[in-house]
Design a protein around this ligand. Structure first.
Ligand code: AMP
Length: 192
């Protein structure tokens, strides 16, 4: 299997690029943010619990998202690989993912790190807040909280995979197509 983590702060373009990447490379897209929003819409107990964290810009507890990912891995035994988007967001999640993949005799092949400076991120998120209908996008204070959580809890995930020499940093500023070409270049270099 070829498994990619698309990594980067909130607003770095992970969702947009993920869609294009799964179409091109035939991977299964696993976005914990999308999975949680689906649960919330269905008003499941998990969705209602998650909502409290999402609306404050906080992370949903590790065991909840790890459970969701574990089920999704089991539901797709025949796939060529997975594209993880918005997961892992803590070192505990990364370690759990590595264990789950090892049980399937697989591993993370590549971590693509979309780098975008903070002012640009806030600008993009304010704009997204006007159109996305996401409650956690609408408020600038929540966006700043999400950036802080990213720096404190999520950035160490890049260090975790950096030690394993799996991380490639990509300039996340430019047109959607330019950024996609940069990502595809590194995937193809790795596939060969
Ligand atoms: P996203 O769509 O990836 O920006 O996620 C939206 C919100 O869902 C985040 O701010 C968190 O509250 C929650 N969330 C998504 N993925 C995770 C994760 N891997 N771990 C914890 N919380 C998450």
């Amino acid at each position: 299997m070829f498994n990619i983590i698309l990594f980067g702060p909130p607003g770095s373009g992970k969702g947009t690029q993920s869609q294009k990447l799964v179409d091109k490379y035939g991977l299964v897209h696993l976005s914990t943010g999308d999975l949680l929003r689906k649960e919330r819409k269905l008003k499941t107990p998990l969705g209602l619990e998650a909502q409290q964290f999402i609306d404050k810009g906080q992370l949903v507890p590790d065991e909840v998202v790890i459970g969701m990912i574990s089920s999704a891995l089991d539901e797709n035994p025949e796939t060529r690989g997975f594209l993880f988007d918005g997961f892992p967001r803590t070192v505990a999640q990364a370690e759990a993912l590595d264990r789950l993949l090892a049980l399937k005799k697989s591993e993370i092949s590549l971590v693509l790190f979309l780098e975008v400076d903070e002012e640009e991120l806030i600008k993009r998120l304010v704009h997204r807040g006007k159109t996305s209908g996401r409650t956690d996008d609408a408020d600038e204070n929540i966006q700043r909280k999400r950036q802080e959580v990213y720096k404190n809890e999520t950035l160490p995930v890049a260090t975790h995979y950096g030690k394993l020499k799996k991380v490639v940093t990509i300039d996340g500023i430019g047109t959607i197509d330019d950024i996609f070409a940069r990502l595809a270049f590194h995937i193809e270099k790795k596939i060969k």
